[in-house]
Design a protein around this ligand. Sequence first.
Ligand code: FAD
Length: 137
Amino acid sequence: MAWFHTNFAGWSKLWEPLFAKATSMVWRPLLVCPADQRWDSKPNATLIGDAAHVMPPYAGEGVNMAMLDALVLSRALLSATDIASAIASYEAEMFARMQHMTEDTMSNTEMFYAPDASERVVNMFRSFAGAAAVTSA
Ligand SMILES: Cc1cc2nc3c(=O)[nH]c(=O)nc-3n(C[C@H](O)[C@H](O)[C@H](O)COP(=O)(O)OP(=O)(O)OC[C@H]3O[C@@H](n4cnc5c(N)ncnc54)[C@H](O)[C@@H]3O)c2cc1C
């Protein structure tokens, strides 16, 4: 608890039971690949999911990205004439999707850690509700 009070001075007492019961604390880094990461396609090996494009969880898209990688790659393998071109076509689609999603994620990451985070996050969720209302009208 002393550790919590020292490092998180001013935080709500709401968190205290959580830290009071913690027997140890392990800091884990949140890793991110460069948004414009590319590699030369190999004829017989590729990467999917976090192995291909690890990013912080602030867009909540890591699982979708991993599943979509598997789907896009499996479709490419079923439709291409050879494995090398299936891998190249999967990677072209995945790199473009990864770039967009990593940029989105990093913009959310900046927002979540900003001094005015609570205001901006609430506004972001309100904007989703507005978009849904417009769509369903
Ligand atoms: C704190 C946090 C919150 C997140 N929240 C969300 C969220 O809300 N929504 C979302 O969509 N995504 C979220 N993510 C991201 C999501 O968890 C990942 O993008 C997703 O799990 C990636 O799936 P994967 O199969 O590529 O990798 P993993 O889920 O990491 O699977 C890899 C597996 O390989 C195993 N493995 C590793 N090395 C070896 C080896 N040598 N031999 C055998 N097995 C091995 C590992 O044990 C693991 O089970 C979050 C991530 C974190 C860290």
